[in-house]
Design a protein around this ligand. Structure first.
Ligand SMILES: [Zn+2]
Length: 512
C-alpha cells in the first residue's frame, strides 16, 4: 500500500454551489454533503476571463494571465492575425507540479487542462482533455499512457459541448458518465499503485454537462420521471461516488481540496464583438465577390453538416479522437478563412470567450496596423464610451458591466498576449469573438444554455480545514497555500497569498 498524499485535490470543472448544494442535500451526492458539513467551503474567485485555460493556468501557477501568458483557448502571436492554440508550452511561469518536483516531492496529476504536451515532473502527469490523441504521447512518463489503457480497457478524452449535436440526450449523458467513471478509476488505480506527496484529479465532464443541460440541472427537479433528468442525476451520483472513494485516500495528516476553475450560470443572450465593431465603422470586411461567395458557401456548408444525424458520429467519437490533430480539438470553431480587411480596420476581436476583447490594429505592432500609438489611446476611450451604452435588445437592460484596458487588470511580462480592451458583460450575457456571425445579438445556443461565471467553488477537509480562511479565496491563492502546507519557501512573484492562518490558529471560517 503506497503512502497517503499530504495534499489531494479533486476538481470539477465549472462547478458552482448554487447547483451542488441542493443536489447534495437531495441525497444525490452524500459524499459531497459530508464534505461541506464536516470541512469548510466557500467561493473561489476565478480569473478574468472566467475561462478554463486562464483559470487552470492561474490555479497551477498562482499568477495572473499577465504573467502566465494564458488568457484564452487561443493566443495571439506577433506578426500574424491568426491566433494559435494555447498549450502547456504557452505557460511562462513554473507550475505547482514543477515547484514541488524541484523540491524533491513526488506529484501525480490527472486530466488537468493545459497540460498537453505532458510536462516532465518528478512523478506522473496525464494530459487534459485538449490532448489530441491517445496515439500521441499524452502522459509523463510516456509509457504510462499505454499502461492506463491496458488497465482500464481504454482511456477516453472528454467530449465537447457541441459533440452533443444530433445525438439523443440520454446517449450523450451516458457517455459523460462513462468518461467520469474512467477518470475516477484511473485516479484510484494510480493512488493505489504510486507513491506521491501531492495528487490531483480533474473531471472535465462537469463543465460539459452544465453547458448543455443548465436549465434542466438548475430546475433542481429531483423527482421528475423525465429520462434526461434522471440521467443527469445519475451523472452526479457517479461523480459523488468517485469523490468519496478518492477522498478516502487522504489520511488524518493530509489535506483534501475540492475546487473548480469558475462557476456557471444561465445564458440569456450573446453579442458579437466584431459585428458591433463593424456596425460602428471600426472594422471592415473584404468586399470582393470571392470573399462574399466563400463566406456564403462556408455558412451553407456548416448548416448542411449540422443537419447530419450525429448519433453514429457520437458512437465513434471517442475512438475517432485518437486520429485527430490538436487543431481539431479546438473548443471554439474558427474559420480558416479570415474575411476582415485589415487595411481598413481600426479595431477587431481575435481571441476571447465569455468576456469580450478588442485589439487595436496598431501601426508597427499588427502586421497591417493603421492606428498610430498616439491615436490608439483616444480610440480605446471612444469605443469604451460607446460600449457602455449597449443595451439588451429584448429587455433594454445595459449589456456591459465594465470595460478595462489590459494594463488596469493584469500585470507581468506577458501583457502582449492579452488584447487591449477587456469587456465584462452583465450576468446572463456574454460576448463572442468569432468572425462568422452576421447578427449583433444572438440567443443562447440551444446546445449551450449555461455559461461561465466568476464564482467557482472550494471545499477543504482534513487537519487544516479549520485553519484555512475561505472568506475571500481566489484561484491564485491555491499555489501559495499548498507551498505553505508543505512548508516550502514562499515564491515572491506570485499574485495569490496563502489562505493558511499563521501558526495554525483556527479562523472564523465563513460558509457560502
Ligand atoms: Zn472550466
Amino acid at each position: 500500500m503506497p503512502k497517503h498524499p499530504k495534499v489531494l485535490i479533486t476538481s470539477f470543472d465549472g462547478a458552482v454551489w448554487s447547483n451542488l448544494i441542493p443536489i447534495a442535500k437531495a441525497g444525490i451526492m452524500p459524499n459531497l454533503l459530508k464534505l461541506i458539513e464536516k470541512g469548510s467551503y466557500g467561493n473561489l474567485e476565478s480569473t478574468i476571463p472566467p475561462l478554463t485555460p486562464p483559470a487552470w493556468t492561474a490555479f497551477m501557477t498562482g499568477c495572473n494571465p499577465g504573467k502566465t501568458g494564458v488568457f484564452d483557448f487561443y493566443e495571439s502571436q506577433e506578426g500574424t492575425y491568426k491566433p494559435t492554440l494555447t498549450t502547456n508550452q504557452s505557460i511562462q511561469v513554473d507550475t505547482l507540479w514543477k515547484v514541488l518536483s524541484n523540491n524533491g516531492l513526488r506529484v501525480g496529476v490527472i486530466d488537468v487542462p493545459i497540460n498537453y504536451p505532458p510536462p516532465e515532473v518528478n512523478g506522473f502527469i496525464v494530459s487534459g482533455w485538449e490532448r489530441p490523441s491517445n496515439k500521441k504521447v499524452f502522459t509523463h512518463p510516456p509509457e504510462l499512457g499505454e499502461k492506463l489503457i491496458q488497465q482500464l480497457g481504454d482511456y477516453p478524452i472528454c467530449l465537447r459541448t457541441f459533440d452533443r449535436q444530433g445525438t439523443k440526450d440520454v446517449d450523450f449523458l451516458s457517455s459523460l458518465i462513462d468518461i467520469t467513471s474512467k477518470v475516477g478509476e484511473a485516479a484510484l488505480w494510480l493512488l493505489e499503485t504510486e507513491d506521491v506527496d501531492f495528487f490531483m484529479v480533474h473531471f472535465q465532464t462537469t463543465d460539459i454537462i452544465q453547458h448543455g443541460y443548465w436549465h434542466q440541472i438548475a430546475s433542481l427537479d429531483f423527482n421528475s420521471s423525465d429520462p434526461v433528468l434522471q440521467k443527469i442525476w445519475d451523472f452526479y451520483r457517479c461523480l459523488d461516488k468517485y469523490l468519496g472513494l478518492i477522498k478516502e485516500k487522504v489520511n488524518n495528516e493530509g489535506t483534501f481540496f475540492l475546487v473548480s476553475d469558475h462557476g456557471f450560470g444561465p445564458v440569456r443572450r450573446r453579442m458579437s464583438t466584431n459585428v458591433w465593431l463593424q456596425e460602428h465603422g471600426y472594422l471592415k470586411l473584404k468586399q470582393d465577390l470571392g470573399t462574399q461567395i466563400r463566406t456564403q458557401v462556408k455558412s451553407t456548408a456548416i448548416k448542411m453538416v449540422n443537419k447530419v444525424d450525429a448519433l453514429a458520429k457520437l458512437k465513434n467519437r471517442i475512438k475517432r479522437k485518437s486520429e485527430e490533430d490538436l487543431e481539431q480539438r479546438v473548443i471554439v470553431p474558427r474559420a480558416s478563412f479570415d474575411p476582415i480587411d485589415y487595411g481598413e480596420t481600426r479595431a477587431f476581436s481575435s481571441i476571447g470567450t465569455v468576456y469580450g476583447t478588442i485589439q487595436v490594429n496598431q501601426l508597427g505592432r499588427e502586421p497591417q496596423g493603421i492606428v498610430s500609438q498616439k491615436e490608439a489611446e483616444g480610440l480605446k476611450d471612444e469605443m469604451a464610451e460607446k460600449l457602455k451604452n449597449v443595451r439588451d435588445p429584448i429587455t433594454g437592460e445595459l449589456f456591459i458591466h465594465s470595460i478595462h484596458r489590459k494594463e488596469e487588470i493584469f500585470t507581468g511580462p506577458a501583457l502582449n498576449k492579452i488584447p487591449d480592451l477587456i469587456i465584462i458583460p452583465h450576468s446572463g450575457f456574454y460576448l463572442i469573438s468569432g468572425i462568422s456571425e452576421k447578427d449583433l445579438f444572438l440567443e443562447a445556443h440551444s446546445l449551450s444554455t449555461g455559461n461561465h461565471i466568476k464564482e467557482g467553488i472550494v471545499a477543504i477537509d482534513g487537519q487544516l480545514s479549520n485553519t484555512i480562511d475561505l472568506s475571500q479565496a481566489k484561484i491564485t491563492d491555491i499555489v501559495p497555500t499548498i507551498l505553505d502546507i508543505f512548508k516550502l519557501t514562499p515564491l515572491n512573484y506570485l499574485d495569490g497569498k496563502s489562505l493558511l492562518a499563521s501558526n495554525n490558529v483556527p479562523c472564523n471560517v465563513s460558509k457560502a
